[in-house]
Write a protein that binds this ligand. Structure first.
Ligand SMILES: [Zn+2]
Ligand SMILES: [Zn+2]
Length: 386
């Protein structure tokens, strides 16, 4: 097999080029994977637009794209085309989902760093990530990755659907943080006074749509689940997953929540819109000592003084990022496995989220272009004929 591969590289902001890149040497515990479907997400747009660069020198300086091009794509499903001599639980020909984060476990260390040993894999002290931190991602014809980072799919769903494993694992990581946090209100409290009755999700993009399904279908939340979203298509979609919806273009959300919560207001508020005005409206909507999950990033136009309005209510603030996970017995990421299982069983429906499809390396520039600014854009997937 070849020690180089074709890839679509980001060589400057908004500028892509198909080039030949070297592959790392294939180790005995590695597998060689050919991407079948790669999801596009906000982080990719951020990097492609030149707004973010996570390929850093050891001292934390970004390495310019002109010096090191980035192959994007970190939500990866691929077919195994070769296995290392010490790989016994993955077969050639299998379709696998990749945990794109390299942790202590990925390097087969026995002495784990404090983050890996406590189940925060994507906070690993030596963390690197395919498609983001300089390592080539899924917009390439081949990747060589540790076998312990891949999970086989059952074949029940298409590779494109399975490519939503990573975004769903991000939601599982969020629920993990919610379980671990000291909070006044929890989902399963036996005492009605400290139980979560009303949750608001701001934004019905992929995160909001997945979180709605996790709360309803997977965690069995039967209380009032509210979603505010400006786009009618996304409102219809999230309503079909069991949420009551509010048009975020309209004033009056405070009254609506008053009414829906019988005056209690929100015990949990999940910010997944990244919109400054949405976040600024949140303090008024909270019950005292509520939990705020700031998942969205952005919130342009809001100063830090906004936090003063939260302060008086003494909320628990959580800021989950990525798909950090504990590890199963076999060393694979618990949350990726769980997420894949939920997608394959239909507990979480991801097909309706896929609004844009692109074909192969040649359409990567289009996938990372302006389509995501369409009002009805939810999720784009680059699909490969393998
Ligand atoms: Zn992502
Ligand atoms: Zn580690």
């Amino acid at each position: 097999m070849s020690n180089s591969t074709r890839a679509c590289a980001l060589v400057a902001p908004h500028s892509f080029k198909v080039i030949e890149i070297p592959l790392p040497p294939m180790g005995p515990k590695d597998v060689r994977v050919t991407p079948q479907a790669v999801g596009v997400c906000g982080t990719d747009f951020h990097i492609a637009d030149g707004a973010g660069n996570y390929n850093l020198t050891p001292s934390g300086e970004p390495i310019p794209l002109a010096q090191e091009a980035q192959i994007l794509g970190h939500e990866i499903v691929g077919k195994v085309v070769e296995i290392g001599s010490a790989v016994h639980d993955i077969q050639v020909g299998q379709s696998v989902v990749l945990d794109q984060g390299l942790s202590c476990i990925s390097h087969y260390r026995t002495d784990l760093c404090e983050y890996c040993s406590s189940g925060a894999s994507h906070q690993c002290e030596t963390y690197t990530e395919y498609g983001i931190t300089g390592l080539a991602g899924g917009f390439s014809e081949e990747l060589i990755v540790p076998a312990i980072n891949v999970l086989e799919t059952s074949g029940a769903r298409s590779p494109s659907e399975c490519a939503l494993t990573e975004p769903l694992a991000c939601m599982l990581h969020t629920t993990g943080m919610l379980n671990d946090a000291r909070q006044r209100y929890t989902l399963k409290s036996k005492d009605a006074a400290s139980r979560v009755h009303t949750i608001l999700i701001m934004g019905a993009g992929p995160a909001g749509l997945l979180m709605t399904q996790v709360l309803r279908g997977a965690l069995g939340f039967e209380g009032t689940l509210l979603v505010s979203e400006p786009n009618p298509y996304k409102r219809t979609l999230v309503a079909s997953f069991g949420a009551e919806v509010w048009d975020a273009n309209e004033p009056g959300i405070e009254d609506w929540i008053q009414e829906k919560s019988d005056g209690r207001m929100l015990e949990w508020a999940f910010e997944a819109s990244g919109a400054g005005p949405a976040f600024a409206s949140m303090p008024r909507l909270l019950r005292k000592q509520a939990t705020v999950i700031k998942y969205g990033i952005g919130h342009q136009g809001q100063g830090l003084e906004l936090l003063n309005d939260f302060h008086w209510k003494e909320p628990t603030f959580l800021m989950p990022v990525g798909a950090s996970s504990p590890f199963d017995q076999d060393g694979r990421a618990t949350y990726y496995r769980q997420a894949l299982e939920w997608i394959e069983s239909g507990k979480v429906q991801v097909e309706p989220l896929i609004t844009h499809r692109y074909a192969g390396l040649e359409q990567v520039p289009q996938a990372l272009g302006d389509d995501h600014k369409d009002a009805n854009y939810v999720k784009g997937i680059v699909e490969f004929q393998v």
